[in-house]
Design a protein around this ligand. Structure first.
Ligand code: NAD
Ligand code: UDP
Length: 339
């Protein structure tokens, strides 16, 4: 199937292009390169032997969207990755986040409807779950009470898409709630390439291991968790990408709205991740304990049972795989795609 991938030069989008191609699909990418490099698609071509048609532009540009749908009349579905994703920045610039994330989703759905393409997979996040849920989170756990404009923008996009599916029974909407994507393609050719100082744990660990950062600050060692550090559900980006391929198959056979967790269901603490990284790669990651980071929860992870039963998908790669592949990418590309 021909699949329009918005945000397809980004971290998760580029890995998903590889898995789509390997499953026999044909991705077409639209990205404004705000947080990514077109080099990612050259690397996708290196891995798969297939060039990916690329449109540089904004998803909010409806004329451009029409141009793409006119040029590719056989687009069967859309995977909508494009969006701003930095939680902390969203607190500083809420309007930018609401404007980009909501307007792009609405423009995209409007044009999709005009062209009769009514199948969409949306990148949502575990951040939509309320903090007061029991863990692990299930798809029917309470949502809302988000702690950042980023989280609220995902919550609101989910609602917009749910309403579209309610209004027109021809629509098929799949909301994928990602837990903590990490790792890189095992080829070391594509991976996460954060701009500036990384906010997330895994890129910070790998940049510390390679000497770009002096020391990792572990935010909090007094949480009510087995070793006192924060617990999350880290998922290898290749597993996550394969979850999208499973969702494409699901979309072709179903209408209405469905939501799935994409996580491993295996909790992992910050200290466990640091030690796994050292063990997997034979490197040292200097760290210090620092105060808790505001807004962080002590612990959460996914219940992935529904994805397994309904999508026939489950994560196959473990924390050692995540650490090994992150390091392979980091050491092969110390300056990311800029090198
Ligand atoms: P990313 O920043 O690497 O990729 C997003 C891409 O979207 C970038 O290439 C960016 O240039 C592009 N983009 C942003 N706004 C655009 C617009 N208006 N028009 C066209 N392109 C635009 O991020 P990622 O980690 O690959 O995340 C992909 C999606 O998954 C995002 O929606 C993100 O919110 C969601 N998500 C990510 C995580 C995570 O930890 N990485 C977790 C949960 C959900
Ligand atoms: N974390 C940390 N030091 C860092 C970055 C993150 O100790 O430099 C911790 C953070 O407090 C959380 C976990 O690592 O417990 C995952 O954080 P990340 O920002 O990667 O993802 P989040 O779960 O916040 O989306």
């Amino acid at each position: 199937m021909k699949v329009l991938v918005t945000g397809g030069t980004g971290y998760i989008g580029s890995h998903t292009c590889v898995e789509l191609i390997e499953a026999g699909h044909t991705p077409i990418v639209l990205d404004n390169l705000y947080n990514s490099s077109a080099e990612a698609l050259h690397r996708v071509a290196q891995i798969t032997g297939q060039e990916v048609p690329f449109y540089e532009g904004d998803v909010r540009d409806e004329a451009l969207l029409r141009q793409i749908f006119d040029a590719h009349r056989d687009i069967g579905c859309v995977i909508h990755f494009a969006g701003l994703k930095a939680v902390g920045e969203s607190v500083q610039k809420p309007l930018d986040y609401y404007e980009n994330n909501l307007s792009s989703t609405m423009a995209l759905c409007r044009v999709m409807g005009q062209y009769g393409v009514k199948k969409i997979i949306f990148s949502s996040s575990a951040t939509v779950y309320s903090a007061d849920n029991e863990i692990p989170y299930r798809e029917d756990s309470r949502i809302g009470g988000c702690t950042s404009p980023y989280g609220w923008s995902k919550f609101m996009c989910e609602q917009i898409l749910r309403d579209i599916a309610n209004a027109d029974p021809q629509w098929s909407v799949v909301l994928l709630r990602y837990f903590n994507p990490v790792g890189a393609h095992p080829s070391g050719l594509i991976g996460e390439d954060p701009r500036g100082i990384p906010n997330n744990l895994m890129p910070f660990i790998s940049q510390t291991a390679i000497g770009k950062r002096e020391v990792l600050s572990i935010f909090g060692n007094d949480y009510p968790t087995p070793d006192g550090t924060g617990v999350r559900d880290y998922i290898h980006v290749v597993d996550l990408a394969r979850g999208h391929v499973a969702a494409v198959d699901y979309l072709t056979a179903h209408t209405g709205e469905a939501v799935f967790n994409l996580g491993t269901g295996t909790p992992c603490s910050v200290l466990e991740m640091v030690h796994a990284f050292e063990k997997a790669n034979g490197v040292t990651v200097p760290y210090i304990f620092a105060p808790r980071r505001s807004g962080d929860l002590p612990a959460y992870y996914a219940d992935p049972a529904k994805s397994c039963e309904t999508l026939g998908w489950k994560a196959e790669l473990n924390v050692i795989d995540m650490c090994r592949d992150t390091w392979h990418w980091q050491s092969k590309n110390p300056n990311g795609y800029d090198a």
